[in-house]
Design a protein. Structure first.
Length: 80
């Protein structure tokens, strides 16, 4: 007859570098949204490389409100 919990194994500090930590082994996912954000970042960096900066026409902004899209459908800018 076994006592309750007798088959429970605990992690020893020698066997595991972080016995109280769970590592799910997640990697960065390369999704279309990730690619779009990367392209946007590269384009903005290139805009800064061309000129000292840009101005955004706040009255012309058109923000997208959606569950799977974040950003703008219109973002009028002028290089300064």
């Amino acid at each position: 007859m076994h006592s309750r919990g007798s088959n429970v194994k605990t992690a020893s500090p020698e066997a595991s570098p972080g016995p109280g930590r769970v590592d799910r082994g997640l990697t960065r996912r390369r999704t279309p949204g990730w690619a779009a954000r990367l392209e946007t970042r590269v384009r903005v960096e290139e805009l800064f490389a061309v000129g000292p900066g840009f101005e955004v026409d706040a009255d012309g902004l058109d923000r997208v409100h959606s569950g799977n899209v974040r950003g703008f459908s219109r973002l009028p800018m002028t290089l300064v």
